[in-house]
Design a protein around this ligand. Structure first.
Ligand SMILES: [Zn+2]
Length: 144
């Protein structure tokens, strides 16, 4: 078995990601990761947007708000909570769910209200959470 790199502590993660260049690499990678993991919704004539497909309410047991960030940070050997805090800090708002990074929620909500019978996803078809095929580059890992 290959030796894994140690997971950075919260402080180390914060210091690492607080460098603009590191954050950009991390964040860009995470967005690409989300594109692969979330449901893509395509409508005629516009860019696809991405949703987790669950209602963002705590009684929805199928909702796993940050499971992809959890997997992504553990792959990158970073502290999940520090990474999430930093993302919120950089984008200037709090997130209920990672999928909020991937669509304009206000616009969507309006659309949903207009349409009423909203489709919140198909429970049988949700993808099982497997992290694979995601390459780490030296610059992603940093100097450890
Ligand atoms: Zn979501």
């Amino acid at each position: 078995m290959k030796k894994r790199k140690p997971i950075r502590s919260a402080d180390e993660t914060y210091l690492h990601l607080n460098k603009t260049e590191n954050f950009q690499t991390f964040f860009r990678g995470f967005i690409e990761f989300l594109k692969k993991k979330l449901k893509s919704i395509e409508e005629d004539g516009s860019e696809p947007y991405y949703i987790c497909g669950e209602t963002h309410q705590k009684f929805n047991r199928n909702w796993k708000p940050f499971r992809h960030l959890w997997n992504y940070t553990s792959k990158k050997r970073l502290d999940f909570y520090a990474a999430r805090d930093l993302i919120e800090e950089k984008i200037g708002r709090e997130l209920l769910c990672e999928c909020q990074l991937m669509h304009d929620e206000e616009a969507l909500r309006r659309k949903q209200l207009e349409a009423f019978g909203v489709d919140f996803g198909e429970p049988g078809k949700r993808e099982i959470d497997i992290v694979s095929g995601f390459e780490m580059t030296k610059s992603d890992i940093g100097i450890f």
